[in-house]
Structures are given as structure tokens and as C-alpha cells.
Ligand binder design. Structure first.
Ligand code: AMP
Ligand code: MG
Length: 272
């Protein structure tokens, strides 16, 4: 499992973006469906118990599959309990505040799942690569990010951070395919091609972000994302493995609530 250990060096080139760890596409798809069904049940309990928030952070280069991952997750996640929070170029009001201000407003409440499509990590990625803020500003942000994530996890939030890892060739392929597709070409942006020229700068920025912000409480998972079916499989599996240990806690809460509710109804019956 490509989970980055806190304190260890992280070099992206040591991870193969086409990796599928020996699982076949058929098997991965079957397993993904099984995991999805379980997550659906667990999320129902999580929502009803209303105890633990879940935050899923999606980061990755253009075309790495952030939107595709969200489409996949929304096929089986409970719409009433799930929210997507996309982070674009900050508005003037957002830029007028500290960088975590807009993030904190979107964090999940108890029982809820929020998926960040891009996140606070942009403030040490695009901001660093394009000198949007000076080094003395962005270099202090890793610590702020770790403290912010610690605050959330101390408040009961489970945090999962996924870096969708694609190769430069795969990105080119996806951009060219997009251009050919009459319905998908709207998604093209000259910026995507321009950003490719900064590929190595982004690699360095990602390596630093993952290395400095891989903590025990909020680990980074590097997802080989050249093959979409493997990306979906690994993300679904990781979410399930994260939720499963919490199941007993949610059930206990729901059972005690049920006892209380039954008693209230019984009391009421005595009065009629
Ligand atoms: P997309 O994900 O394709 O909708 O694009 C969103 C754009 O917003 C990307 O180019 C990001 O780099 C950019 N973006 C997100 N957060 C920030 C930020 N904090 N500062 C500058 N640009 C950002
Ligand atoms: Mg884009």
C-alpha cells in the first residue's frame, strides 16, 4: 500500500504511475463493486451516528483524474451525507484572508463526508511553482497545514489524502484525447499545456508537500493513476479500510440511541 510514512524521504520517481500491483482489470472491477457496497452501508451508519466527520482530499496534476474519482465515488456514496468542495483560484475575498480560511469553512461536520477537489495543498503547490507568494510565506505553510489537520483530527475528523499520480506521457495522451472528443473538448485549457512546462517544478513541490505533511493522523496515499480502474480500486479499498475500524463505535452509538428512543415511545404510550 503506497502510504507515505511520516519522516521518510519521498521521491515520486520511485512510484510507477502505471502500477496495478498484479491485480487484473476484471478482478479489480469486481472487488471495487464489493468494496463500494460495503462503504455504502458503512456511510449510512456513519451519517446516522453523527459522530465522526470524514474528509477526503484529492490532489493531482491536470487530467490526473480528480473529477473522474469524484464521479466514481458518487455512484455509491450517500448523496445526503456527501458534499464536494472544489478549490479554484482564490476570489478577492478569499485572498484577503489567511490561506486556511476558505478551507475551514468547508470541512465536514459530524457524520458528513466532504471531498476536497484540490485543497489547502494548492497553497504550497501552484503558489510555490508560480511565485504567487514569496518563499518566506509559502515555506511556513507546511507547519500550518499540519497544525490545521491535527486540529481537525483532534476534533474527531478522519482525513484521507490522495495524490493521483500520472505520467507525463499519460497526461499528454489525455489532453489530446480531450481535444478530439466533441463533447469533452470544453474541458481543455491552454493553461493545461502551459502547466506541463512546469512538470519538474510541480514534482519537487509535490515531493516536499507529501514529505512534510505525511503525518500519522493524516497520511498521504500515492495512487498510481495511469489506469483509471486501478485508481478507483485502490481509492475505494483505502476508504473502506479506513471506515471499517469505526463501524463498532457507530453501531454502539446507534444501539444506545435506539434504547433511548424505545424508552421514550414506551413512556408516551403510557399516557394515551
Ligand atoms: P480546475 O481544477 O481545472 O477547475 O482548476 C482550478 C485552478 O485553480 C487550478 O489551475 C489551480 O491551480 C487553481 N488554484 C486552486 N487553488 C489555488 C490557490 N490557492 N492559488 C492559486 N491558484 C489556485
Ligand atoms: Mg483544469
Amino acid at each position: 500500500m503506497p502510504t507515505i510514512k511520516p519522516g521518510s524521504k519521498f521521491k515520486l520517481k520511485e512510484f510507477d504511475p502505471s502500477d496495478s500491483c498484479g491485480i487484473s482489470e476484471d478482478e479489480a472491477r469486481t472487488k471495487t463493486e464489493e468494496y463500494a457496497e460495503r462503504i455504502s452501508e458503512l456511510q449510512e451508519l456513519m451519517f446516522a451516528a453523527g459522530q465522526t466527520p470524514l474528509l477526503i482530499v484529492l490532489q493531482g496534476r491536470d487530467t490526473s483524474g480528480k473529477d473522474g474519482t469524484i464521479r466514481h465515488l458518487l455512484r455509491f456514496m450517500n448523496a445526503a451525507a456527501t458534499r464536494i468542495a472544489p478549490f479554484k483560484v482564490p476570489t478577492p475575498i478569499e485572498i484577503g484572508h489567511d490561506f486556511l480560511w476558505r478551507l475551514h469553512q468547508q470541512t465536514p461536520m459530524k457524520g458528513e463526508t466532504v471531498i476536497f477537489n484540490r485543497s489547502h495543498y494548492e497553497d504550497v503547490l501552484v503558489v510555490r511553482v508560480h511565485d504567487i507568494a514569496p518563499k518566506e510565506v509559502w515555506s511556513k505553510r507546511y507547519e500550518h497545514i499540519n497544525n490545521f489537520e491535527k486540529l481537525l483530527t483532534d476534533s474527531g475528523t478522519t482525513i484521507l489524502k490522495f495524490f493521483l499520480h500520472i505520467s507525463k506521457e499519460e497526461q499528454e495522451q489525455r489532453l489530446l484525447e480531450r481535444e478530439q472528443d466533441p463533447v469533452k473538448a470544453w474541458k481543455l485549457s491552454v493553461g493545461d499545456w502551459k502547466e506541463r512546462e512546469f512538470w519538474d517544478d510541480y514534482t519537487e513541490a509535490y515531493e516536499d508537500a507529501v514529505e512534510k505533511c505525511a503525518t500519522d493522523v493524516a497520511p498521504w496515499h500515492v495512487i498510481p493513476a495511469n489506469r483509471k480502474w486501478y485508481r478507483n480500486y485502490l481509492i475505494t479499498k483505502t476508504i473502506l479500510e479506513t471506515l471499517e475500524p469505526l463501524e463498532e463505535q457507530w453501531k454502539a452509538k446507534l444501539e444506545s440511541l435506539s434504547v433511548q428512543m424505545r424508552a421514550e415511545v414506551a413512556e408516551y404510550r403510557k399516557t394515551i
